[in-house]
Design a protein. Sequence first.
Length: 519
Amino acid sequence: MIWLLHKVVTDGTSLYFNDLNKSGPNIAQVSTRGGEVSYLSVSAVRDPLLVGGSLDGTELLFFDSLAENPGLWVSQLPNGPQRKIDIPSVTFASLAPDGKQVFYTQTSDTRKLNRIDIDGSNRRLVLTAPDRIRDFAISPDGRRIRFVAGYRIWEACTDGTELHRFLPQYDRKMCCGGWSPDGRIYSFASLDRDGYNLWAVTESGPPGLPRQSAPVQLTYGPISFRAAPLFSKDGRQIFALGQLERGELLVYDAASQQFQPFMNGMSASFLDFSRDGQWVTYVTFPGNVLWRSRIDGSERLQLTFPPMGFVGNPRWSPDGRFIAFMEWGFPERKIYLVPADGGSPMLLAGGDFRPADPTWSPDGKAIAYGGSDVYDGGGTEVRIFDLETRQSRTIPGSQHMFGPRWSPDGRFIAANSDDSTRLFLYSFETGLWKELHSPDGVGWPAWSHDSRYLYVGGSAIDRIRVEDSHVELAAPLNGMEMGMAVIEGGWFGLTPDDRVIVLRDRGTEELYSLDLEYR
């Protein structure tokens, strides 16, 4: 799932949104009352991708998604002229309410929020966020901006001053919001066990010092709303993209060069296999419950239960007796051990360090894990927990790294940089880190069972030969939309014989209209 695709703009009578089909990206339109979907004619570019629009709905912002160096374009609605603003590699963009400036982020540094005059002049930095900016909205009066960084919503003045957390006491994962036209209500998406639901706060007080009410939940049920809600022009409706989430587990067959159903195509992720290859542990999607079973699906046993939070990255102990896993809480994170035959999870690590991503040493005497919260902008490092002494130590030089993976032969630990762009390898023999050349992604690193290769995910699944950083294709994804886990990004794993397994997105997505009642 691509966050950038989930953008809806309205001019009061029509809704405009991205539609990704076999012919490529298109900007679709439909009446606010519903009806047939048609496509906007955009002559300036071949594959337009909508990124924003003006407050009054008279202009759309888009770029050519398949261009080598896509710039930002502005189009007058309904079929007016299109002009280019010389800003390459835009990720998110929005026009200021007065239509004179564009706020934007770029792939070169997604932590930086910039602005530029509509004529392409006077480009300047507004602020630097604690982590990469995933989406943002500008208040109708043009005074404030709220953006998603690190699974939290942050707020600042549009001149970059007074940066602070929005609703700092709110302890759930937050995503993408927007204001009502009069600025009195702000609605946002937030994650719970059932998926993303919409919440809202009312705002009062002077423009520079708004006060928010307690958040009120607007939606319940199986439909997940993980995109920014959009208010109608009269403020009486919210338009939102909702998804019924389901995945299909697939394995890549190198001989046929095709993905095929694995374990009957069940909807689950975070698979890990026992050393003898007879057992598997996994996390259901959605629902986020930890299970274990035989690899043929028999002898299933549920291992976690409410009120346990979101579960991720389970790992079998080398002797097959325990499964280590992380509870991805907000803001806390914890690592537990649970007996593979069932029982109460035992807390292994927690507290202010917020541990994550447990990985066993091959002898089963220690567990390495990352710490702090990458998405809240805190410093990260990798630690090793000794199961006998119950003490942790930091691996020297691991600052600003996370997501450790212990090699099966015990010689190395691989870890990502805290911005998920670089891959490093720690040698226990030398006590030093070195950087591995990596392709266009370093997501979900996984060791081959002979410790010769590291598999990493991006636009494809590649494998890196450890001895010389040689990169080769392991499994092409060819635009396949990956099923989302609790942690955003397409998970993948390896079977006991090093075949690539992925969770393909089989969910359905529709555009909904919600009527608002003010009390």
